[in-house]
Design a protein around this ligand. Structure first.
Ligand SMILES: [Zn+2]
Length: 348
């Protein structure tokens, strides 16, 4: 059954499935937790299960899972169900032809107040069309700017009948406290690396590749799936480029930080891989233990012959500190700049 495809999120799923069985879904949920842990997928599965016509009914007479095959399940899967409304960033919806920015301006990377007003004043003002329960999925809810969030407050307070709002957020702290306090919080946890690895192996990935992608993805199954051989090769090239930077050429390493800091997840993966590689350097120095990154062996052996081990340890600590900072907040470009300054000139 579809909920079984979600791994390691029992704490999130149990109360949702219980509410589905009893027909007691809350009117507003906040699905919070790291990217790539299944939040958006679960939001759609809940909408499917609540409207499914083929699922097995639970004790309350209602199904607590979707069948995935009936008319409503298929419509929701394809984004065609009139009672399951999805609100996304303006430029994403504009690109898909589902929204046009007012006043001829360029589409925003946020979810803007016009989009929320359109939802509240027009779409939610209508009666349900064909489903048992209507859903509004705001994905990602942390893309709503403050005006958009304020425009949604009243609906969260007094939602239309038989309607559930699901706010999906990787950074729930970016939502106003007034929004957070009106939603029932459903926490999604990072997926343990061994389960990510298992899933990648089940998808036909090689053992080495699955292990590496799982280690780099930091609990995000979505990121791990995106780390295919090509993405891993690009990351390895970035590691080699980072260690080849000339400490005297500040222009070059500022450019490196800018180029690799555009995407937070990629910057984090780069730091994780750098830390793994520096561990390999220490291992090679200590007498050729098996290397985690066999493809980088020549560079590893060269590096093992050069700087003092204390320097490798120091650099590795800097990288780990940067990776941890990147998992929180702050600018990825600045984090990488700070890392390179720390490497080449010592941390202030
Ligand atoms: Zn169904």
């Amino acid at each position: 059954m579809p909920f079984s495809e979600i791994i390691a999120q029992d704490r999130a799923l149990a109360p949702l499935r219980s509410a589905l069985r009893r027909g007691t879904l809350h009117h507003a949920y906040l699905f919070g937790g790291p990217a790539g842990t299944g939040k958006a997928r679960v939001a759609r599965l809940v909408a499917q299960a609540a409207n499914c016509e083929g699922g097995e009914a639970g004790p309350g007479g209602l199904p607590d899972d979707a069948c995935g095959r009936c008319g409503p399940c298929r419509k929701i899967e394809r984004g065609l169900h009139p009672d399951v409304l999805v609100l996304q960033e303006e430029r994403v919806m504009a690109k898909a032809g589902r929204w046009e920015p007012r006043g001829g301006r360029a589409p925003s990377k946020d979810i803007v107040v016009d989009q929320v007003r359109d939802l509240v004043d027009h779409r939610l003002a209508l009666k349900r069309f064909e489903g048992r329960r209507r859903f509004v999925i705001v994905d990602p809810a942390d893309a709503m700017n403050p005006q958009a969030q304020n425009a949604l407050l009243k609906t969260l307070e007094e939602p239309p009948e038989d309607t559930t709002l699901v706010l999906v957020a990787s950074s729930p702290d970016r939502l106003l406290p007034t929004i957070r306090s009106r939603c029932l919080r459903v926490p999604f946890a990072p997926v343990p690396a061994e389960l990510v690895e298992e899933r990648l192996r089940a998808e036909g990935r090689g053992a080495e590749e699955a292990r590496l992608a799982a280690a780099l993805a930091g609990g995000s199954l979505g990121r791990a799936l995106a780390l295919d051989p090509e993405a891993l090769a690009a990351l390895r090239d970035s590691v080699l480029a980072a260690v080849a930077l000339d400490p005297g050429d500040a222009g070059a390493w500022l450019a490196f930080a800018k180029a690799h800091g555009e995407d937070r997840a990629q910057a984090t993966e780069l730091c994780e891989l750098l830390a793994l590689w520096l561990r390999d350097v220490l291992a090679a120095r200590a007498g050729g233990a098996r290397l985690a990154l066999a493809e980088l062996a020549p560079a590893t052996r060269r590096a093992a012959a050069a700087p003092a081990p204390a320097e490798v340890v120091r650099r590795r600590r800097e990288v780990q500190r940067t990776a941890a900072a990147l998992r929180q907040n702050g600018s990825p470009v600045l984090a990488l700049e700070r890392l390179l300054i720390g490497w080449f000139h010592g941390r202030a």
